[in-house]
Design a protein. Structure first.
Length: 339
């Protein structure tokens, strides 16, 4: 499967997301999937306290009891949960949430502790100092963020450097062949700052499996069928012509390579500079088996370009002007002092 460095961690190129484990994926099936992922060489598990209000973490506990030293465990804090009650990133709550996650999973240290989203009600400095305290206390090995805009991530990185606090080593944003907005600012910043990107939604909530059609209603029980207009996988956001063209292209390349559409879509993401490990979140063992094959698919530069041609990120000022009028390319490649 291959590995990459993520701060002090060595992680495999596919991360197994466990959001559905203990919920839509029954515990026995979840443990069978964990066994298969581990057997395939995977070592990077991603969960969050909010997944099933702690049930995902509890589902991991008995499996981790037998495999703790063989895997990297990532979880998140910030969303509404019952233990500790409430939400947000106030220091006392961050510390209590960390202890609760450790207890639910039956482990002594969290390898990667991520803030799930910004908390506008808590000063960023207070949150970052509390996170640093968890690292110093030995409860957390490394820190990450999720769903941060580029300006806020840059602010956080500056505060961490200025105060000598433990740094963010990763960002978990939404990123896929059909959602490429991070290529405008977030991805270039992460490349420049040495922050590893671990995308969630790498298959566009199932859109990049090929199960949706232009001409028919979304299948009953699918993510799109049940998505409200405010969700990322809402039909008006996903089921648009340019996205269907990307699926058509992925299907054509999949036929040429004897692969599946999902494998090709993941291979495209694995070929993006700065991406460390897309987080796949299969519901069933069969789905997992298919996704594991993605690391065996290698795309040529021409195939990568073919796939990307249909879904370019939005053209925004000042990047459009800097590129088209001034001839500046990737800003992250500009010379910077390393002293």
């Amino acid at each position: 499967m291959g590995t990459m460095t993520l701060g002090p961690l060595q992680v495999t190129r596919l991360s197994l997301g466990t959001m559905l484990m203990g919920g839509r994926t029954p515990r026995d099936e979840a443990h069978r999937m964990l066994d298969r992922y581990h057997e395939a060489g995977g070592n990077f598990l991603d969960t969050a306290d909010v997944y099933g209000d702690g049930e995902s973490e509890r589902t991991l506990a008995p499996w981790l009891a037998a495999h703790r030293d063989e895997v990297v465990v990532a979880t998140k804090v910030g969303m509404p949960v019952s233990d500790p009650p409430g939400e947000g990133l106030a220091p006392d709550r961050v510390r209590a949430a960390c202890d609760a996650s450790l207890r639910r999973m039956g482990i002594d240290v969290i390898d990667l502790y991520q803030v799930h989203a910004p908390d506008p009600g808590t000063p960023l400095e207070d949150t970052l100092e509390a996170l640093d305290g968890l690292v110093r206390a030995g409860k957390v090995r490394a820190l990450g963020a999720s769903n941060f805009p580029a300006w806020l991530l840059a602010w956080a990185v500056g505060l961490q450097e200025r105060n000598g606090w433990a740094p963010f080593v990763s960002l978990q944003p939404q990123y896929s062949l059909v959602e490429r907005s991070i290529e405008v600012e977030i991805l270039p910043f992460c490349r420049a700052a040495g922050i590893g990107v671990i995308p969630w939604g790498p298959l566009g909530a199932g859109f990049l499996t090929g199960k949706y059609s232009r001409d028919t209603e979304p299948p009953a029980g699918s993510r799109m069928a049940g998505a409200g207009d405010d969700l990322e996988e809402a039909r008006h956001r996903r089921a648009i012509e340019r996205n269907f063209r990307a699926v058509d292209e992925a299907e054509a390349i999949a036929r040429e390579k004897g692969a599946t559409i999902a494998q090709v879509a993941l291979a495209w993401l694995l070929g993006v500079e700065g991406v460390v490990a897309p987080i796949v979140g299969p519901r069933t063992f069969t789905q997992l088996e298919d996704l594991l094959g993605a690391t065996d698919v290698t795309l040529t530069e021409a195939e990568h370009t073919r796939l990307a041609a249909h879904t370019p990120p939005p053209e925004l000022y000042p990047y459009r002007m800097l590129s088209q009028q001034l001839g500046l390319g990737e800003l992250a490649q500009l010379n910077r002092s390393r002293s």
